[in-house]
Design a protein around this ligand. Structure first.
Ligand SMILES: O=C(O)[C@H](O)COP(=O)(O)O
Length: 247
């Protein structure tokens, strides 16, 4: 018995296209991002992988990606669960900043610490910053849990309770589970599934709009390390482009 989990990072967003740090800012998809989402759904059909349930973040780019892919796969009707715990990593005071300008201003080492280190968060965002989520009604119940910056370690800490309580039980009923989320919330999940070290996770990048399939054994260990992209060549090229953002 194996469980089937499909991970899908949202398609290209407006701020991916502009090369801006996004985090919890609720930007939309570009036309290219919408096409990626539709293509993701077509790849699911071609692989015979039809999701029975979908989990998304509370952010438009993941919600719309899930909808467009499932629509293309004629699975627009399946149950959906959403949680802030699947949101992108909160990028703190970097939200809204240009990645290249940030690299030029702070240098390679600091840029990569903020972007890919396991446990160094960017400076926190001020509540009156134009890109703060303070006062956003969708996070009203979070209270003191509402992040103002996060490193990957923080994302893992807020993501794992949702994984254990909501996603694992769905997998264990034999459902094909789609998780439509974000570059860094999916890096948190992949790190957990594959047991990637705190150092090595820095080198892992997740491309937009490319379904990544994990078959998990009964102990929730991947039968193939790293899972399998449905379009591996396109995924490798797109992951390299993510790694090079800011350059
Ligand atoms: O929040 C963002 O800017 C992106 O979704 C992820 O960015 P990163 O690849 O620079 O972490």
């Amino acid at each position: 018995m194996t469980y089937t989990l499909v991970l899908l990072r949202h398609g290209e967003s407006e701020w991916n296209a502009k090369n801006l740090f996004t985090g919890w800012v609720d930007v939309d998809l570009t036309e290219k991002g919408r096409a990626e989402a539709v293509r993701g759904g077509e790849l699911l059909v071609e692989a015979g992988l039809l999701p029975d349930i979908v989990h998304t973040s509370l952010q438009r780019r993941a919600i719309t990606t899930a909808h467009l892919s499932l629509d293309a796969a004629d699975r627009h009707w399946i149950p959906v669960k959403r949680s802030w715990r699947l949101n992108e990593r909160h990028y703190g005071a970097l939200q809204g900043k240009d990645k290249k300008q940030t690299l030029d201003e702070y240098g390679e080492e600091q840029f990569m610490l903020w972007r890919r280190s396991f446990d160094t968060p960017p400076p926190p965002i001020e509540d009156d910053d134009e890109w703060s989520q303070s006062g956003d009604p969708r996070y009203a119940d979070l209270g003191a849990e509402m992040p103002r910056t996060e490193c990957l370690k923080d994302v893992i800490a807020r993501f794992l309770p949702y994984w254990d309580a909501e996603i694992v039980p769905d997998l264990q009923t034999g459902k094909t589970v789609l998780v439509a989320a974000h570059g860094n919330s999916l890096r948190a999940l992949v790190k957990h599934l594959d047991g990637i070290s705190d150092e090595d996770i820095a080198g892992l990048n997740i491309p937009t709009g490319m379904p990544l399939v994990y078959r998990l054994d009964e102990d929730l260990r991947p039968t193939v390390a790293g899972g399998e992209y449905l379009d591996p060549e396109a995924a490798a090229a797109a992951a390299a482009a993510v790694a090079n953002q800011g350059r």
